[in-house]
Design a protein around this ligand. Structure first.
Ligand SMILES: *Cc1c(COP(=O)(O)O)cnc(C)c1O
Length: 395
């Protein structure tokens, strides 16, 4: 049972540990085949003139940014989206040449210098920020103008200039030296909702802003609005680029979007049994003895805990897969370890692989299952896996 169905192949990137994966107590497995598949599925949904931006912020939603970036670009994505300047630099240092949009706001001259140096593309959210950019770029000799992406707030109330002031903002930016408008975009607040009312209003505001910009004689070279949910929900929202995060990783942003295209989850969370023992009836398990064995039980200790990103709040609530079967987790989840009731499979051996997220045989546990149990969203589950867990790429 120490064997494994898939043969791991190591991507030569920093986030995939190249030391023996089979000696690990716990790891995150990244299925690069599923990642490519998802990109190709998404591309089939788009018209040939629409490009796919893979959003790889937060270390590619915990999957490992450089490996993910290389794979999605090879599969047909043409843009990458990150949240911060260091995330963009990490991709450039990893050898990525594709255009990289920084979705977050940047104000400091140091970061503007870094953007020019690393050929990253910033988001401009306000007239004030545009002036800081232009003035800062004046002081450095960066040759050609820096491509900038104008962010409009059409109802998310996060970054961007209010859609009603869009044309003045765009006019200002187009008049400033050292800046070249590469796109105009906005972000949707409720695209994953089954009720499209708010999304349609945001779409209408975006259209209204673009019409006013065009009326001033400025033709936006490129427009984008859709995240994963909007990409799956409505092709009228695709414009020139779609910015897809969650769906690239094989998860659906909402239940009602599951019948759109087939996606395959990319990430699996695995760990090994480190000790097996029998405990008598009445024996307390783990900190606080929150679990007392109701009868004699076979217990397996697994080498993964909340410091790896298994939420402690799932204590006593989660199940895991071992030998293609579901078994319950018992006792409080500890920092580095957790316990299972394996009384139904008493001959479990040390070293056997436990799947916490992913599939074994006919059984499957998804990040969405955890999210539902915890009252959160699958995005947060994916981003929660700590770097103590090596990311192991499999094909
Ligand atoms: C994170 C993000 C996305 C991707 O969102 P998903 O729902 O994961 O597809 C798209 N656009 C912006 C501005 C974002 O911040």
């Amino acid at each position: 049972m120490l064997s494994h169905k898939q043969t791991p192949s190591f991507a030569d990137s920093q986030e995939c540990d190249t030391y023996a994966w089979f000696s690990q107590r716990a790891w995150v497995e990244i299925d690069l085949g599923a990642l490519s598949y998802n990109v190709k599925q998404l591309l089939k949904l788009l018209s040939p003139s629409t490009q796919l931006m893979a959003v790889v912020k937060a270390d590619a939603y915990g999957h490992g940014a450089v490996t993910v970036a290389k794979t999605v670009l090879e599969a047909g994505a043409s843009w990458l989206g990150v949240a911060t300047v260091p995330e963009g630099i990490q991709l450039r240092e990893g050898g990525i040449k594709a255009p990289i949009l920084i979705l977050g706001a940047i104000n400091s001259p140091e970061q503007i210098h870094a953007i020019a140096h690393w050929k990253l593309q910033p988001t401009l959210c306000s007239p004030k920020q545009a002036l800081v950019f232009s003035n800062t770029l004046e002081t450095i000799n960066c040759g050609s103008p820096v491509p900038v992406h104008i962010k409009l707030d059409t109802g998310m109330s996060r970054l961007g200039t209010n859609w009603q002031e869009a044309s003045e903002f765009v006019q200002l930016v187009s008049s400033l030296p050292h800046l070249a408008i590469a796109s105009i975009y906005s972000h949707l607040a409720t695209a994953d909702s089954a009720d499209p009312t708010v999304m349609e209003e945001q779409h209408r505001r975006f259209e209204e802003a673009i019409a006013k910009i065009k009326a001033k004689g400025i033709t936006p070279p490129c427009l984008h609005l859709a995240n994963s949910a909007a990409t799956l929900a409505d092709s009228a929202l695709h414009y020139d680029i779609v910015r897809v995060g969650l769906a690239v990783y094989g998860l659906y942003p909402a239940t009602h979007l599951q019948n759109t295209i087939k996606l395959r989850p990319v990430l699996q969370l695995k760990a090994r049994v480190t000790q097996v023992k029998t405990i008598g009836a009445g024996t307390g398990v783990s900190y606080g003895h929150q679990f007392i064995a109701p009868r004699e039980m076979r217990l397996a200790v697994v080498g993964i805990g909340y410091a790896d990103g298994v939420p402690r709040q799932l204590s006593h609530k989660m199940e895991v897969l071992i030998r293609d079967r579901r078994v319950p987790q018992i006792g409080t989840i500890t920092m580095d370890q957790l316990m299972l009731d394996v009384s139904s499979i008493p001959d479990i051996q040390e070293g056997e692989i436990v799947t916490l997220l992913g599939e074994q045989g006919e059984e499957h546990i998804s990040a969405e299952d955890w999210a539902n149990q915890l009252g959160t969203i699958s995005w947060e589950i994916l981003c929660g896996f700590k770097h103590r867990l090596p990311r192991v790429a499999v094909m």
